[in-house]
Every structure is written in C-alpha cells, then in structure tokens.
Design a binder for this molecule. Sequence first.
Ligand SMILES: CC(C)(COP(=O)(O)OP(=O)(O)OC[C@H]1O[C@@H](n2cnc3c(N)ncnc32)[C@H](O)[C@@H]1OP(=O)(O)O)[C@@H](O)C(=O)NCCC(=O)NCCS
Length: 162
Amino acid sequence: MITVRRITIGDPLYAQSVAVRESELLKPIGLDLAKFKAMFPGVEERFEHFVAVFDHPSGPRVVGTALLLPNQGPGGPETGMGKLMQMAVDRQRQGEGIGTKLVVAVERRAFGELGLRGLFCHARDTAFGFYESLGWAYDSDVFLEAGVPHRRMVFHAPATGE
Ligand SMILES: CC(C)(COP(=O)(O)OP(=O)(O)OC[C@H]1O[C@@H](n2cnc3c(N)ncnc32)[C@H](O)[C@@H]1OP(=O)(O)O)[C@@H](O)C(=O)NCCC(=O)NCCS
C-alpha cells in the first residue's frame, strides 16, 4: 500500500526522497541535489517535502516525491500562492496513480491548512498531460528552464460556495 507523508529534511526518509529526485528528475538533465540547491538558493529548507511511501516488509521505501513552496508566486514571494516542484515517481512505479496521490496531498495541504488560493508549477513538456489530467491549466507559453522546454501551469483553490 502507498501512503503520502509530509517529512522534514531531518527525517530518515529524506535521503531516499533525494535519491528519487536525482534519478527521475535531476540526473537526466545533468543536475544533482547540490546543483539544484545552487539554482534555488535557500529553498530546500523552506520546502514542505511530500513523499509517497511503499510499506515494504523490509522497511518503508520512498517511491515518489513532491515539494511545496508556500507563499511563492510566479514573480517571487507572494502571500497566498504556492509553487509545486520536484514531482517525481520511481520509473518502475509510474502510471499507478502515485503522482496523482502526491498532487492531491499537496493541494489538500495548500488549500486546507495553509489557506492558499492557488498553486503553480513549471511543467516539463513531457509531463503536460499529467497536470492536464489533474485539472491544471496552462498559464504561459513554452520557455526553457535548465535547457528543458517548460510551461507554467496553475490550479486554483476550489470555490467554497460562500
Ligand atoms: C510525471 C509523473 C510525476 C507522473 O506520475 P505518475 O505516478 O506516473 O502519474 P499517474 O499514474 O498518477 O497518472 C495520472 C494521469 O496522468 C497521465 N500521465 C502520467 N504521466 C504522464 C505524462 N508524462 N504525459 C502525459 N500523461 C501522463 C496518466 O496517464 C494518468 O492519466 P489517466 O488518469 O487518464 O489514467 C511521473 O511520470 C514522473 O516522475 N515522470 C518523470 C519525472 C517528471 O517528468 N516529473 C515532472 C516534472 S514537471
């Protein structure tokens, strides 16, 4: 069974989450955690780290990751917005709904306890369909980030009906 947990960088599962980020996201484009930290200085500690965990008999195994940077807008710090980053699922477990579980957990946290009004991400061209399937909308033309075509995508907090 897969469950999604929110961890800190002091959690024993943090190293496993970094391994998933590096193998699925960073190393394929010539980066590692150190280079990622240099690109986004000071944020690794500010992220809320979400991990999808498979309860293997030999111990918990991280099979997916997502990071949430609260109060960050497309142009910089912005109260009420949040940035979703580092969405990655172990390639042997892709297509099983794990990415969906992670995004739903991030949205629940963002629009529930944190009271954010919207989320955005820089989606890689190879993942546009994933975010579209979750109801996210395009919010920019294609731009290059780390040499990879991306588009900004957004998702707004559901109306409360008040
Ligand atoms: C993109 C990624 C996070 C999706 O996670 P996942 O667990 O495989 O996705 P899910 O199984 O929850 O898929 C949900 C839906 O999105 C679709 N989908 C998943 N990945 C997709 C992709 N790359 N392109 C288009 N559609 C995709 C699925 O078909 C599914 O659609 P359905 O609901 O109609 O069946 C994962 O494939 C991954 O880690 N890819 C490599 C790293 C990456 O590109 N990360 C995103 C950077 S912005």
